[in-house]
Design a protein around this ligand. Structure first.
Ligand code: ATP
Ligand code: FE
Length: 347
């Protein structure tokens, strides 16, 4: 089968072609327009998707060296995400499926971040079930026990901000551009991670909280800047390194707790923040320390991309799980919910 995947949940318009588990093309148009606003502006995102979607899909087809008529099915992100953005991808996928007369497959974006690990060049070897997957992105932070492709249990998630959001908001306090995550990562390498101490939340279960550290950084900065207006400038690298160290520790503590208590040593990370070098290093250390088999997907499959959407669509195609043309985009969409939805099962 040759499947087209379409992703438009936030600010990246992306299209990919998958054949088997192999990605033939993975094209993305990133929307720079939001950088000057310090965050994604939904109306602008939706309009940019409308401008980008046709050229991006065309490019994915030509780069894959196939023709539109070779496409066996079309997968698209149904949710979660920004409704206006999702609608562009959903409507486009529907009309193309109709005109090509091929089945339509709806994909849960969060499940796709996790199943990106099964793209053939995502890892040297794919994870073995059951595995733990820490998904860390701009909108989500959660630990899943992945028992099978379509059997996952979310055992913990953030009760306030997502990890990526914490990176971005703290970066904003430092005066960094949006998205600040990659910038903090880069500057951290030049700083001393033990220069400043920030409190970590105390929560017993596998849940996360990031609003506390954000507030404590804000108060700390306000206090220091009053004494020295150049405090941020003079300490930026150390501030970034200390914040990154703390955020990574918060993330890893729960993952370690889950691995130990559930006795699972197959451990994966997914989502945009899994590009973070501190988190990757912590995973490598734990692989040694606890004998984990770790899975860190290739960078291009971590941030929003259509390859992961195409991957899930392929798995659903093999199961004959097709969506009706009446399927609608949904801004909220739990992974567990996507396993018991209104699909048509055909044989
Ligand atoms: P969701 O998948 O929850 O809908 P999203 O699609 O916006 O959210 P992703 O594209 O997966 O999220 O990830 C974007 C986030 O990842 C941003 O918050 C960004 O700052 C963060 N990020 C990207 N690279 C890094 C890095 N190297 N270090 C830290 N954070 C990073
Ligand atoms: Fe995402």
């Amino acid at each position: 089968s040759i499947i087209l995947g379409i992703e438009s949940s936030c600010d990246d318009t992306s299209a990919a072609i998958i054949q088997g588990n192999k990605i033939l093309s993975n094209i993305a148009a990133n929307q720079e327009i939001h950088n000057e606003y310090g965050g994604v502006v939904p109306e602008l995102a939706s309009r940019a998707h409308q401008q980008n979607i046709i050229p991006v899909v065309q490019k994915s087809v030509s780069k894959a060296n196939i023709q539109q008529k070779d496409i066996s099915a079309i997968g698209f992100t149904r949710g979660p995400g920004l409704l206006g953005s999702l609608l562009v991808g959903t409507s486009f996928a529907k009309s193309l499926a109709m005109s090509l007369n091929v089945p339509l497959i709806e994909v849960n974006h969060l499940q796709a971040h996790i199943l990106a690990h099964f793209i053939d060049d995502a890892n040297p070897t794919p994870p073995n079930f059951p595995f733990l997957c820490l998904t860390v992105s701009g909108g989500h932070t959660m630990i899943a026990v992945v028992k099978d492709y379509f059997d996952m249990e979310i055992i913990g998630k953030t009760i306030d901000d997502a990890a990526g959001e914490a990176f971005d908001k703290i970066g904003k306090i430092f005066g960094l551009d949006y998205p600040a995550g990659p910038i903090i990562d880069r500057l951290s390498k030049l700083g001393n991670k033990d220069a400043f101490q920030f409190n970590k939340p105390r929560i017993d279960n596998y849940n996360y909280s990031f609003s506390g550290i954000k507030t404590s950084v804000l108060y700390f900065i306000q206090k220091e800047v009053k004494k020295n207006p150049d405090f941020i400038k003079e300490n930026l690298n150390d501030l970034c390194a200390s914040v990154q160290k703390t955020l990574v520790e918060i993330l890893m503590n729960k993952l370690e707790k889950a691995a130990k208590e559930l006795n699972i040593n197959e451990v994966a990370i997914a989502g945009g923040v899994s590009a973070n070098s501190g988190l990757r290093e912590a995973m490598l250390i734990n692989a040694e320390k606890f004998g984990w088999n770790i899975y860190i997907p290739k960078f291009e499959y971590t941030t929003d991309n259509a390859a992961m959407i195409a991957m899930v669509a392929k798995l659903k195609f093999d199961r004959g799980e097709f969506a009706d043309l009446s399927v609608s985009a949904t801004s909220r969409y739990d992974i567990e919910e996507s396993f018991k939805k209104d699909v048509q099962i055909t044989d």
